[in-house]
Design a protein around this ligand. Sequence first.
Ligand code: ADP
Ligand code: ZN
Ligand code: MG
Length: 497
Amino acid sequence: MASETESSTGYEIVIGLEVHAQVLTASKMFCGCPAVYADTHPNSSTCPVCLGLPGALPVMNAAAVELVLATGLALGCSIPDYSKQDRKSYFYPDLPKGYQISQYDLPLCVDGNLHFLSGGEERVAGISRVHIEEDTGRLLHRSTDTGTEESLVDLNRSGVPLMEIVGEPDLRSPEEARDYLEALRQLLRYVGASTGNMEEGAFRCDANVSVRRKGDAGLGAKAEIKNLNSFRAVQRALKFEEQRQSQALDAGRPILQETRGWVEDRGVTVGQRTKEHAHDYRYFPEPDLPPLKVDEATVATIRSALPELPLARRRRFVEVYRLSESEAALLTTEQPIADTFETAVGSNPTPERARAAANWIINDLAGISAQRGTPADTLPITAHQLRELLDMIDSHQITVRAAKELVVALEPDESPRDGAVRLSLLVLDDRSAIVEAVEAVMVAFPEAVQDYRRGKQAAIGRLIGETMKRTGGRASPDVVRKELQAALASDCAETRV
Ligand code: ADP
Ligand code: ZN
Ligand code: MG
Protein backbone atom coordinates (compact mmCIF):
# COMPACT_ATOMS: atom_id res chain seq x y z
CA MET A 1 0.00 0.00 0.00
CA ALA A 2 2.71 2.42 1.05
CA SER A 3 4.70 1.71 -2.07
CA GLU A 4 1.64 2.34 -4.26
CA THR A 5 1.02 5.75 -2.75
CA GLU A 6 4.68 6.58 -3.01
CA SER A 7 5.04 5.66 -6.65
CA SER A 8 1.71 7.31 -7.56
CA THR A 9 3.33 10.65 -6.90
CA GLY A 10 5.66 9.96 -9.82
CA TYR A 11 2.74 10.75 -12.15
CA GLU A 12 1.21 13.94 -13.34
CA ILE A 13 -2.51 14.16 -14.07
CA VAL A 14 -3.64 15.77 -17.34
CA ILE A 15 -7.22 16.93 -17.70
CA GLY A 16 -9.26 18.40 -20.57
CA LEU A 17 -12.92 19.26 -20.01
CA GLU A 18 -15.83 19.22 -22.42
CA VAL A 19 -18.77 21.29 -21.25
CA HIS A 20 -22.27 21.26 -22.69
CA ALA A 21 -24.19 24.37 -21.71
CA GLN A 22 -27.80 25.06 -22.52
CA VAL A 23 -28.01 28.27 -24.51
CA LEU A 24 -30.44 30.70 -22.91
CA THR A 25 -32.99 31.25 -25.68
CA ALA A 26 -36.78 31.38 -25.67
CA SER A 27 -37.15 28.82 -28.47
CA LYS A 28 -35.35 25.68 -29.61
CA MET A 29 -32.39 25.48 -31.97
CA PHE A 30 -34.18 24.67 -35.21
CA CYS A 31 -37.90 25.22 -34.53
CA GLY A 32 -40.16 27.64 -32.66
CA CYS A 33 -41.03 25.34 -29.73
CA PRO A 34 -40.35 26.81 -26.27
CA ALA A 35 -36.89 25.84 -25.05
CA VAL A 36 -38.04 25.60 -21.44
CA TYR A 37 -38.65 22.00 -20.50
CA ALA A 38 -38.55 21.94 -16.70
CA ASP A 39 -41.98 21.11 -15.24
CA THR A 40 -43.60 20.72 -18.64
CA HIS A 41 -46.03 17.98 -19.56
CA PRO A 42 -44.05 15.30 -21.47
CA ASN A 43 -43.97 15.88 -25.23
CA SER A 44 -46.05 19.06 -24.95
CA SER A 45 -43.32 21.30 -26.34
CA THR A 46 -42.77 19.54 -29.65
CA CYS A 47 -43.42 19.95 -33.37
CA PRO A 48 -42.60 17.99 -36.54
CA VAL A 49 -39.04 19.42 -36.56
CA CYS A 50 -37.99 18.42 -33.04
CA LEU A 51 -39.98 15.18 -33.25
CA GLY A 52 -37.86 14.33 -36.27
CA LEU A 53 -40.83 13.68 -38.57
CA PRO A 54 -39.87 13.00 -42.18
CA GLY A 55 -39.85 16.07 -44.40
CA ALA A 56 -39.71 18.62 -41.59
CA LEU A 57 -37.04 21.28 -42.19
CA PRO A 58 -34.86 22.96 -39.58
CA VAL A 59 -34.40 26.74 -39.41
CA MET A 60 -31.44 28.11 -37.46
CA ASN A 61 -32.22 30.12 -34.29
CA ALA A 62 -30.32 33.39 -34.78
CA ALA A 63 -30.45 34.30 -31.07
CA ALA A 64 -28.71 31.02 -30.20
CA VAL A 65 -25.96 31.67 -32.74
CA GLU A 66 -25.40 35.15 -31.29
CA LEU A 67 -25.11 33.83 -27.74
CA VAL A 68 -22.61 31.15 -28.80
CA LEU A 69 -20.63 33.83 -30.63
CA ALA A 70 -20.72 36.06 -27.55
CA THR A 71 -19.38 33.19 -25.45
CA GLY A 72 -16.64 32.47 -27.97
CA LEU A 73 -15.62 36.12 -28.03
CA ALA A 74 -15.64 36.33 -24.23
CA LEU A 75 -13.26 33.36 -24.32
CA GLY A 76 -10.97 35.15 -26.74
CA CYS A 77 -11.80 32.81 -29.64
CA SER A 78 -11.38 33.61 -33.30
CA ILE A 79 -14.53 33.47 -35.39
CA PRO A 80 -13.87 31.82 -38.75
CA ASP A 81 -15.97 33.51 -41.41
CA TYR A 82 -17.43 30.21 -42.52
CA SER A 83 -18.88 27.48 -40.37
CA LYS A 84 -21.37 24.69 -40.98
CA GLN A 85 -23.62 22.16 -39.28
CA ASP A 86 -23.05 18.41 -39.49
CA ARG A 87 -25.07 15.33 -38.76
CA LYS A 88 -23.71 13.10 -36.02
CA SER A 89 -25.46 9.78 -36.55
CA TYR A 90 -26.16 7.22 -33.87
CA PHE A 91 -29.11 5.28 -32.61
CA TYR A 92 -30.74 5.93 -29.28
CA PRO A 93 -34.44 6.03 -28.37
CA ASP A 94 -34.17 9.69 -27.23
CA LEU A 95 -32.95 10.71 -30.68
CA PRO A 96 -35.90 10.51 -33.08
CA LYS A 97 -34.01 11.69 -36.19
CA GLY A 98 -31.26 9.12 -35.72
CA TYR A 99 -28.74 11.94 -35.80
CA GLN A 100 -27.92 15.04 -33.82
CA ILE A 101 -27.18 18.30 -35.62
CA SER A 102 -23.78 19.43 -34.39
CA GLN A 103 -20.63 20.96 -35.82
CA TYR A 104 -17.73 18.74 -36.76
CA ASP A 105 -14.78 20.17 -38.66
CA LEU A 106 -15.82 23.82 -38.96
CA PRO A 107 -17.03 25.06 -35.59
CA LEU A 108 -18.37 28.57 -34.93
CA CYS A 109 -15.54 29.64 -32.56
CA VAL A 110 -11.95 28.37 -32.29
CA ASP A 111 -8.70 28.88 -30.38
CA GLY A 112 -9.59 30.77 -27.27
CA ASN A 113 -8.64 30.59 -23.64
CA LEU A 114 -10.09 30.93 -20.20
CA HIS A 115 -8.31 33.03 -17.59
CA PHE A 116 -9.20 31.95 -14.09
CA LEU A 117 -7.89 31.93 -10.57
CA SER A 118 -6.77 28.75 -8.88
CA GLY A 119 -5.04 28.54 -5.54
CA GLY A 120 -4.79 32.33 -5.54
CA GLU A 121 -2.94 32.43 -8.84
CA GLU A 122 -4.03 33.34 -12.32
CA ARG A 123 -4.12 30.43 -14.77
CA VAL A 124 -4.85 30.24 -18.46
CA ALA A 125 -6.30 27.16 -20.12
CA GLY A 126 -6.79 26.81 -23.85
CA ILE A 127 -10.24 26.51 -25.38
CA SER A 128 -10.08 24.43 -28.56
CA ARG A 129 -13.54 25.33 -29.80
CA VAL A 130 -17.05 26.43 -28.98
CA HIS A 131 -19.68 24.92 -31.23
CA ILE A 132 -23.43 24.70 -31.66
CA GLU A 133 -25.29 21.51 -30.94
CA GLU A 134 -28.86 20.44 -30.30
CA ASP A 135 -29.97 18.52 -27.24
CA THR A 136 -31.61 15.10 -27.33
CA GLY A 137 -34.84 14.02 -25.67
CA ARG A 138 -34.97 12.29 -22.32
CA LEU A 139 -35.80 8.80 -21.21
CA LEU A 140 -37.60 8.02 -18.01
CA HIS A 141 -37.08 4.49 -16.72
CA ARG A 142 -39.47 3.15 -14.11
CA SER A 143 -41.16 0.08 -12.72
CA THR A 144 -44.87 -0.36 -13.31
CA ASP A 145 -47.42 -1.57 -10.76
CA THR A 146 -47.20 -5.07 -12.20
CA GLY A 147 -43.46 -5.12 -11.59
CA THR A 148 -42.31 -4.83 -15.19
CA GLU A 149 -39.83 -2.19 -16.28
CA GLU A 150 -40.79 0.48 -18.78
CA SER A 151 -39.04 3.38 -20.45
CA LEU A 152 -40.86 6.53 -21.47
CA VAL A 153 -39.65 9.04 -24.03
CA ASP A 154 -40.03 12.79 -23.46
CA LEU A 155 -39.00 14.94 -26.40
CA ASN A 156 -39.48 18.36 -24.79
CA ARG A 157 -35.71 18.70 -24.53
CA SER A 158 -35.15 17.49 -28.09
CA GLY A 159 -33.70 20.32 -30.16
CA VAL A 160 -32.97 22.64 -27.23
CA PRO A 161 -29.89 24.75 -28.10
CA LEU A 162 -26.62 23.71 -26.56
CA MET A 163 -23.09 24.86 -26.99
CA GLU A 164 -20.15 22.59 -26.46
CA ILE A 165 -17.05 24.22 -25.03
CA VAL A 166 -14.04 21.99 -25.57
CA GLY A 167 -11.02 22.70 -23.40
CA GLU A 168 -7.40 21.84 -24.20
CA PRO A 169 -5.69 19.25 -21.98
CA ASP A 170 -4.13 22.08 -19.94
CA LEU A 171 -5.39 21.34 -16.44
CA ARG A 172 -3.05 19.67 -13.97
CA SER A 173 -5.04 18.89 -10.84
CA PRO A 174 -8.63 18.06 -9.83
CA GLU A 175 -8.78 21.37 -7.92
CA GLU A 176 -7.66 23.31 -10.95
CA ALA A 177 -10.30 21.54 -13.05
CA ARG A 178 -12.96 22.58 -10.58
CA ASP A 179 -11.79 26.20 -10.53
CA TYR A 180 -11.80 26.22 -14.34
CA LEU A 181 -15.36 24.93 -14.39
CA GLU A 182 -16.59 27.44 -11.85
CA ALA A 183 -14.95 30.28 -13.77
CA LEU A 184 -16.45 29.05 -17.02
CA ARG A 185 -19.90 28.86 -15.49
CA GLN A 186 -19.49 32.36 -14.07
CA LEU A 187 -18.44 33.67 -17.48
CA LEU A 188 -21.48 32.09 -19.18
CA ARG A 189 -23.74 33.71 -16.62
CA TYR A 190 -22.08 37.11 -17.07
CA VAL A 191 -22.46 36.89 -20.83
CA GLY A 192 -26.10 35.84 -20.39
CA ALA A 193 -25.49 32.84 -22.63
CA SER A 194 -26.61 30.21 -20.12
CA THR A 195 -27.98 29.88 -16.61
CA GLY A 196 -25.16 27.43 -15.95
CA ASN A 197 -27.54 25.59 -13.66
CA MET A 198 -26.00 22.18 -13.04
CA GLU A 199 -28.94 20.63 -11.16
CA GLU A 200 -31.25 21.42 -14.06
CA GLY A 201 -28.76 19.99 -16.55
CA ALA A 202 -28.05 23.37 -18.15
CA PHE A 203 -24.32 22.88 -17.48
CA ARG A 204 -22.89 19.39 -17.97
CA CYS A 205 -19.31 18.32 -17.96
CA ASP A 206 -17.42 15.33 -19.32
CA ALA A 207 -13.89 15.06 -17.98
CA ASN A 208 -11.06 13.60 -20.05
CA VAL A 209 -8.22 12.42 -17.90
CA SER A 210 -4.88 10.75 -18.34
CA VAL A 211 -1.69 10.45 -16.35
CA ARG A 212 1.93 10.53 -17.44
CA ARG A 213 5.30 10.22 -15.76
CA LYS A 214 6.38 13.56 -14.40
CA GLY A 215 8.56 15.30 -16.93
CA ASP A 216 7.12 13.41 -19.93
CA ALA A 217 6.06 15.65 -22.80
CA GLY A 218 3.62 13.31 -24.57
CA LEU A 219 0.08 12.57 -23.45
CA GLY A 220 -1.05 9.26 -22.04
CA ALA A 221 -4.15 7.33 -23.09
CA LYS A 222 -7.21 9.02 -21.61
CA ALA A 223 -10.47 7.99 -20.05
CA GLU A 224 -13.56 10.11 -20.61
CA ILE A 225 -15.64 10.36 -17.45
CA LYS A 226 -19.39 10.89 -17.73
CA ASN A 227 -22.28 11.31 -15.31
CA LEU A 228 -20.65 14.12 -13.36
CA ASN A 229 -23.53 15.99 -11.77
CA SER A 230 -21.79 18.52 -9.55
CA PHE A 231 -18.50 20.37 -9.22
CA ARG A 232 -17.73 18.14 -6.29
CA ALA A 233 -18.37 15.02 -8.36
CA VAL A 234 -15.93 16.28 -11.01
CA GLN A 235 -13.23 16.81 -8.42
CA ARG A 236 -13.81 13.47 -6.70
CA ALA A 237 -13.95 11.51 -9.96
CA LEU A 238 -10.69 13.08 -11.14
CA LYS A 239 -8.98 12.21 -7.86
CA PHE A 240 -10.20 8.65 -8.20
CA GLU A 241 -8.97 8.41 -11.79
CA GLU A 242 -5.57 9.82 -10.90
CA GLN A 243 -5.16 7.00 -8.40
CA ARG A 244 -6.63 4.29 -10.59
CA GLN A 245 -4.54 5.13 -13.62
CA SER A 246 -1.24 5.58 -11.83
CA GLN A 247 -1.74 2.35 -9.92
CA ALA A 248 -2.56 0.50 -13.15
CA LEU A 249 0.57 1.83 -14.83
CA ASP A 250 2.66 0.90 -11.81
CA ALA A 251 1.27 -2.62 -12.01
CA GLY A 252 2.19 -2.77 -15.69
CA ARG A 253 -1.41 -2.62 -16.94
CA PRO A 254 -2.01 -0.26 -19.87
CA ILE A 255 -4.74 2.43 -19.69
CA LEU A 256 -7.63 1.69 -22.02
CA GLN A 257 -8.93 4.56 -24.09
CA GLU A 258 -12.52 4.31 -22.86
CA THR A 259 -15.63 6.01 -21.56
CA ARG A 260 -16.22 5.53 -17.85
CA GLY A 261 -19.17 6.45 -15.66
CA TRP A 262 -18.92 8.08 -12.25
CA VAL A 263 -20.90 6.20 -9.60
CA GLU A 264 -21.60 8.85 -7.00
CA ASP A 265 -22.59 6.70 -4.03
CA ARG A 266 -19.65 4.31 -4.44
CA GLY A 267 -17.17 7.04 -5.26
CA VAL A 268 -15.71 5.12 -8.22
CA THR A 269 -15.67 5.23 -12.02
CA VAL A 270 -16.60 2.11 -13.96
CA GLY A 271 -15.79 1.22 -17.56
CA GLN A 272 -18.76 1.66 -19.90
CA ARG A 273 -17.48 1.27 -23.42
CA THR A 274 -14.22 1.59 -25.23
CA LYS A 275 -14.07 4.97 -26.86
CA GLU A 276 -15.89 5.36 -30.15
CA HIS A 277 -14.17 7.16 -32.98
CA ALA A 278 -15.39 10.05 -35.08
CA HIS A 279 -15.93 7.72 -38.05
CA ASP A 280 -18.40 5.70 -35.98
CA TYR A 281 -20.71 8.72 -36.11
CA ARG A 282 -20.58 9.00 -39.87
CA TYR A 283 -20.39 12.79 -39.71
CA PHE A 284 -21.46 14.58 -42.88
CA PRO A 285 -22.66 18.12 -43.67
CA GLU A 286 -26.28 18.88 -42.78
CA PRO A 287 -27.95 19.32 -46.19
CA ASP A 288 -31.02 21.13 -44.82
CA LEU A 289 -29.13 24.10 -43.35
CA PRO A 290 -27.04 26.66 -45.21
CA PRO A 291 -23.51 27.28 -43.93
CA LEU A 292 -23.14 30.08 -41.42
CA LYS A 293 -21.26 33.10 -42.62
CA VAL A 294 -20.40 35.47 -39.82
CA ASP A 295 -19.27 38.86 -41.07
CA GLU A 296 -16.89 41.19 -39.26
CA ALA A 297 -19.58 43.76 -38.53
CA THR A 298 -21.65 41.17 -36.65
CA VAL A 299 -18.60 40.06 -34.68
CA ALA A 300 -17.78 43.69 -33.84
CA THR A 301 -21.34 44.39 -32.68
CA ILE A 302 -21.46 41.32 -30.45
CA ARG A 303 -18.00 42.01 -29.09
CA SER A 304 -18.86 45.58 -28.17
CA ALA A 305 -21.99 44.43 -26.35
CA LEU A 306 -20.03 42.04 -24.08
CA PRO A 307 -20.17 42.94 -20.40
CA GLU A 308 -17.08 43.47 -18.31
CA LEU A 309 -15.95 39.92 -17.56
CA PRO A 310 -15.65 38.49 -14.04
CA LEU A 311 -11.88 38.57 -13.69
CA ALA A 312 -11.57 42.14 -15.01
CA ARG A 313 -14.38 43.32 -12.81
CA ARG A 314 -12.88 41.69 -9.78
CA ARG A 315 -9.53 43.38 -10.44
CA ARG A 316 -11.22 46.74 -10.92
CA PHE A 317 -13.08 46.34 -7.62
CA VAL A 318 -9.73 45.92 -5.85
CA GLU A 319 -8.17 48.90 -7.60
CA VAL A 320 -11.03 51.37 -7.68
CA TYR A 321 -12.83 50.60 -4.43
CA ARG A 322 -9.77 49.48 -2.45
CA LEU A 323 -11.46 46.21 -1.51
CA SER A 324 -9.56 43.10 -0.51
CA GLU A 325 -9.15 40.26 -3.03
CA SER A 326 -11.67 38.14 -1.20
CA GLU A 327 -14.23 40.93 -0.88
CA ALA A 328 -13.89 41.67 -4.61
CA ALA A 329 -14.25 37.96 -5.40
CA LEU A 330 -17.39 37.61 -3.30
CA LEU A 331 -18.98 40.74 -4.75
CA THR A 332 -18.31 39.74 -8.35
CA THR A 333 -19.33 36.08 -8.11
CA GLU A 334 -22.76 37.03 -9.40
CA GLN A 335 -23.13 39.91 -11.82
CA PRO A 336 -26.38 41.32 -10.31
CA ILE A 337 -24.70 41.53 -6.90
CA ALA A 338 -21.72 43.38 -8.38
CA ASP A 339 -24.21 45.71 -10.10
CA THR A 340 -26.04 46.32 -6.82
CA PHE A 341 -22.77 47.17 -5.13
CA GLU A 342 -21.76 49.68 -7.80
CA THR A 343 -25.18 51.32 -7.97
CA ALA A 344 -25.34 51.58 -4.19
CA VAL A 345 -21.94 53.26 -3.83
CA GLY A 346 -22.41 55.54 -6.86
CA SER A 347 -19.55 57.03 -8.81
CA ASN A 348 -16.48 58.20 -6.91
CA PRO A 349 -17.41 56.84 -3.52
CA THR A 350 -15.10 57.31 -0.56
CA PRO A 351 -13.21 54.15 0.41
CA GLU A 352 -15.27 54.15 3.63
CA ARG A 353 -18.53 54.12 1.69
CA ALA A 354 -17.28 51.32 -0.56
CA ARG A 355 -16.15 49.27 2.42
CA ALA A 356 -19.47 49.85 4.21
CA ALA A 357 -21.47 48.76 1.16
CA ALA A 358 -19.23 45.71 0.71
CA ASN A 359 -19.67 44.74 4.35
CA TRP A 360 -23.41 45.15 4.21
CA ILE A 361 -23.70 42.98 1.12
CA ILE A 362 -21.24 40.28 2.14
CA ASN A 363 -21.99 40.00 5.83
CA ASP A 364 -25.61 40.97 6.19
CA LEU A 365 -27.59 40.90 2.96
CA ALA A 366 -26.07 37.74 1.46
CA GLY A 367 -26.60 36.04 4.81
CA ILE A 368 -30.29 36.95 4.81
CA SER A 369 -30.65 35.63 1.24
CA ALA A 370 -28.96 32.38 2.20
CA GLN A 371 -31.24 32.01 5.21
CA ARG A 372 -34.30 32.63 3.08
CA GLY A 373 -33.05 30.22 0.43
CA THR A 374 -33.40 32.78 -2.37
CA PRO A 375 -31.10 32.43 -5.42
CA ALA A 376 -27.44 33.37 -4.97
CA ASP A 377 -27.79 36.33 -7.33
CA THR A 378 -30.53 38.08 -5.36
CA LEU A 379 -30.36 40.28 -2.28
CA PRO A 380 -33.17 41.12 0.15
CA ILE A 381 -33.03 44.85 -0.71
CA THR A 382 -32.40 46.81 -3.90
CA ALA A 383 -29.36 48.91 -4.75
CA HIS A 384 -31.38 52.08 -4.18
CA GLN A 385 -32.58 50.90 -0.81
CA LEU A 386 -29.01 50.05 0.18
CA ARG A 387 -27.78 53.42 -0.97
CA GLU A 388 -30.40 55.29 1.04
CA LEU A 389 -29.72 53.12 4.06
CA LEU A 390 -25.99 53.90 3.91
CA ASP A 391 -26.84 57.62 3.65
CA MET A 392 -29.08 57.35 6.69
CA ILE A 393 -26.36 55.63 8.69
CA ASP A 394 -23.77 58.21 7.63
CA SER A 395 -26.02 61.07 8.63
CA HIS A 396 -26.88 59.40 11.94
CA GLN A 397 -30.55 59.03 11.15
CA ILE A 398 -30.39 55.37 12.02
CA THR A 399 -27.95 53.27 14.02
CA VAL A 400 -26.22 50.28 12.48
CA ARG A 401 -28.05 48.06 14.91
CA ALA A 402 -31.45 49.44 13.94
CA ALA A 403 -30.50 49.29 10.27
CA LYS A 404 -29.92 45.55 10.61
CA GLU A 405 -33.43 45.20 11.96
CA LEU A 406 -34.75 47.34 9.15
CA VAL A 407 -33.30 45.35 6.24
CA VAL A 408 -35.12 42.16 7.19
CA ALA A 409 -38.45 43.99 7.49
CA LEU A 410 -38.32 46.38 4.54
CA GLU A 411 -41.09 45.99 1.96
CA PRO A 412 -39.94 45.49 -1.66
CA ASP A 413 -40.64 49.07 -2.81
CA GLU A 414 -40.43 50.82 0.52
CA SER A 415 -37.85 53.49 1.08
CA PRO A 416 -35.66 52.80 4.11
CA ARG A 417 -36.70 56.18 5.51
CA ASP A 418 -40.41 55.20 5.37
CA GLY A 419 -39.61 51.74 6.71
CA ALA A 420 -37.69 53.20 9.63
CA VAL A 421 -40.62 55.50 10.46
CA ARG A 422 -43.11 52.63 10.15
CA LEU A 423 -41.06 50.44 12.48
CA SER A 424 -39.97 53.25 14.84
CA LEU A 425 -36.33 52.60 14.05
CA LEU A 426 -35.15 56.16 13.46
CA VAL A 427 -32.48 57.43 15.77
CA LEU A 428 -33.84 58.72 19.03
CA ASP A 429 -32.97 62.38 18.82
CA ASP A 430 -35.07 63.20 21.84
CA ARG A 431 -32.32 64.23 24.23
CA SER A 432 -34.49 64.01 27.34
CA ALA A 433 -35.34 60.37 26.56
CA ILE A 434 -31.64 59.53 26.25
CA VAL A 435 -30.76 61.39 29.45
CA GLU A 436 -33.56 59.53 31.20
CA ALA A 437 -32.15 56.19 30.01
CA VAL A 438 -28.64 57.21 31.09
CA GLU A 439 -29.84 58.08 34.57
CA ALA A 440 -31.76 54.84 34.93
CA VAL A 441 -28.71 52.83 33.86
CA MET A 442 -26.44 54.62 36.32
CA VAL A 443 -28.81 53.70 39.10
CA ALA A 444 -29.10 50.11 37.91
CA PHE A 445 -25.34 49.52 37.53
CA PRO A 446 -23.63 51.23 40.43
CA GLU A 447 -20.51 49.02 40.23
CA ALA A 448 -19.81 50.07 36.65
CA VAL A 449 -20.28 53.70 37.68
CA GLN A 450 -17.86 53.18 40.59
CA ASP A 451 -15.33 51.44 38.37
CA TYR A 452 -15.40 54.28 35.89
CA ARG A 453 -14.97 56.86 38.57
CA ARG A 454 -11.99 54.96 39.96
CA GLY A 455 -10.39 55.43 36.60
CA LYS A 456 -11.41 52.25 34.82
CA GLN A 457 -12.34 53.95 31.53
CA ALA A 458 -13.45 50.69 29.94
CA ALA A 459 -16.38 50.44 32.32
CA ILE A 460 -18.23 52.99 30.24
CA GLY A 461 -18.66 50.36 27.52
CA ARG A 462 -21.01 48.39 29.72
CA LEU A 463 -23.02 51.52 30.51
CA ILE A 464 -23.26 52.47 26.84
CA GLY A 465 -24.47 49.00 25.98
CA GLU A 466 -27.13 49.04 28.69
CA THR A 467 -28.32 52.50 27.68
CA MET A 468 -28.53 51.39 24.04
CA LYS A 469 -30.65 48.45 25.14
CA ARG A 470 -33.05 50.74 26.96
CA THR A 471 -33.49 52.85 23.85
CA GLY A 472 -34.17 49.79 21.73
CA GLY A 473 -30.89 50.33 19.90
CA ARG A 474 -32.23 53.56 18.45
CA ALA A 475 -30.06 56.07 20.27
CA SER A 476 -26.84 57.04 18.55
CA PRO A 477 -23.96 55.40 20.45
CA ASP A 478 -21.99 58.63 20.14
CA VAL A 479 -24.72 60.67 21.75
CA VAL A 480 -25.14 58.07 24.48
CA ARG A 481 -21.41 58.17 25.19
CA LYS A 482 -21.43 61.96 25.46
CA GLU A 483 -24.44 62.03 27.73
CA LEU A 484 -22.94 59.30 29.90
CA GLN A 485 -19.59 61.05 30.15
CA ALA A 486 -21.34 64.27 31.09
CA ALA A 487 -23.53 62.57 33.67
CA LEU A 488 -20.63 60.62 35.20
CA ALA A 489 -18.51 63.75 35.42
CA SER A 490 -21.20 65.94 36.90
CA ASP A 491 -22.33 63.27 39.33
CA CYS A 492 -18.74 62.97 40.36
CA ALA A 493 -18.51 66.70 40.95
CA GLU A 494 -21.76 66.64 42.93
CA THR A 495 -20.64 63.82 45.21
CA ARG A 496 -17.33 65.49 45.78
CA VAL A 497 -18.99 68.71 46.91
P1 ADP B 1 -11.32 12.73 -29.00
O1 ADP B 1 -10.63 12.30 -30.20
O2 ADP B 1 -11.46 11.68 -27.96
O3 ADP B 1 -12.59 13.48 -29.25
P2 ADP B 1 -10.05 15.26 -28.61
O4 ADP B 1 -8.64 15.46 -28.97
O5 ADP B 1 -11.09 15.81 -29.51
O6 ADP B 1 -10.29 13.74 -28.30
O7 ADP B 1 -10.26 15.87 -27.18
C1 ADP B 1 -11.43 15.76 -26.47
C2 ADP B 1 -11.20 16.27 -25.09
O8 ADP B 1 -10.25 15.45 -24.41
C3 ADP B 1 -10.62 17.67 -25.02
O9 ADP B 1 -11.23 18.37 -23.96
C4 ADP B 1 -9.14 17.45 -24.75
O10 ADP B 1 -8.59 18.50 -24.00
C5 ADP B 1 -9.16 16.20 -23.93
N1 ADP B 1 -7.95 15.37 -24.10
C6 ADP B 1 -7.42 14.95 -25.26
N2 ADP B 1 -6.35 14.16 -25.02
C7 ADP B 1 -6.23 14.06 -23.68
C8 ADP B 1 -5.33 13.37 -22.81
N3 ADP B 1 -4.36 12.59 -23.29
N4 ADP B 1 -5.50 13.52 -21.49
C9 ADP B 1 -6.50 14.26 -20.99
N5 ADP B 1 -7.36 14.92 -21.75
C10 ADP B 1 -7.25 14.84 -23.08
ZN1 ZN C 1 -40.20 21.88 -32.19
MG1 MG D 1 -13.10 15.24 -30.24
